[in-house]
Design a protein around this ligand. Structure first.
Ligand code: SF4
Ligand code: SF4
Length: 259
């Protein structure tokens, strides 16, 4: 069987998801043996920027017009385009400031020199191209990546969790930080896959994996308000990783909570 040709690309982000791939250590040689990796500049030289690709993994969000062009070209070259990491899937932390006019932000951050940067609001890949599979996480979980690679080698797309972090938290029988300790935990709204890592250390979930399907943010916001959190506390937490997600859009949630 011919090995699938693969490219691993990064747009704007911290490169943490590419590092997860490199950190696969015990499995890395098997991955390299099973895939024909054509482009992975973080790990190799002699990258091929033109060849057709069976699978392209793309990390990071789109924040520059030149990244839009690059992404569209990748889409044309690839049979399957896979978004890896919360930035690629939801826009990530850089989408928090999208409502501030770009020119004003550039001036504040870079002074008059900011004019040289050509940027747009931070957006997920799916705003520009068809995404065949989204693996969220900040960064992605190694187990989900390996599961995805194994499924792709069999010609399938992997089945990823569609339930919330709370489900993993309850299954592990961790005490509920929201209900028992009144902490601002995003577990009810966040897609599972991390085995409720933060609650396992007594820390509330910050929502780094992005929203679960049909996340009921208005209901959680109402509960948090009853527990004494301000609207600003709630808003800031909801917006940290997935400000562009419709289910977390601030105005609709505010209406739902009668704020
Ligand atoms: S601690 Fe957080 S993740 Fe765990 S059950 Fe409570 S709300 Fe859900
Ligand atoms: S518990 Fe929440 S913040 Fe922590 S790793 Fe999981 S999804 Fe991310």
């Amino acid at each position: 069987m011919e090995k699938p040709t693969v490219g691993i690309y990064g747009l704007t982000g911290c490169a943490g998801d590419q590092l997860v791939i490199l950190n696969c250590e015990d499995e890395l040689l098997d991955i390299a043996g099973a895939l024909d990796i054509k482009f992975f500049p973080m790990a190799m030289t002699g990258n091929d920027e033109e060849c057709p690709l069976d699978i392209v993994f793309v990390e990071g969000s789109v924040v520059q017009p030149k990244e839009v062009e690059m992404l569209k070209k990748l889409r044309e070259r690839a049979k399957l385009l896979i978004a890896i990491g919360t930035c690629a899937v939801w826009g990530g932390v850089q989408a928090m400031k999208n409502e501030i006019p770009r020119d004003e932000m550039k001036r504040k951050v870079y002074g008059p020199e900011g004019k040289v940067f050509d940027v747009i609001s931070a957006q997920p890949l799916s705003n520009f191209v068809k995404v065949d599979l989204a693996i969220s996480g900040c960064p992605i979980e190694k187990e989900q990546l390996l599961h995805a690679v194994a499924s792709l080698l069999h010609g399938d797309l992997p089945r990823l969790p569609t339930y919330a972090v709370c489900t993993e938290c309850k299954m592990a029988e961790y005490p509920c930080l929201l209900l028992e300790k009144g902490q601002l935990c995003m577990g009810p709204l966040t897609v599972a896959g991390c085995k409720a890592r933060c609650p396992s250390y007594g820390q509330p979930c910050r929502g780094c994996r992005g929203p679960v399907e049909e996340a009921n943010a208005a209901s959680e916001a109402k509960l948090l308000k009853e527990k004494g959190f301000t609207w600003l506390d709630i808003q800031n937490r909801l917006r940290t990783f997935a400000a562009s997600a419709d289910s977390l859009k601030i105005e609709s949630i505010k209406e739902g909570t009668n704020a």
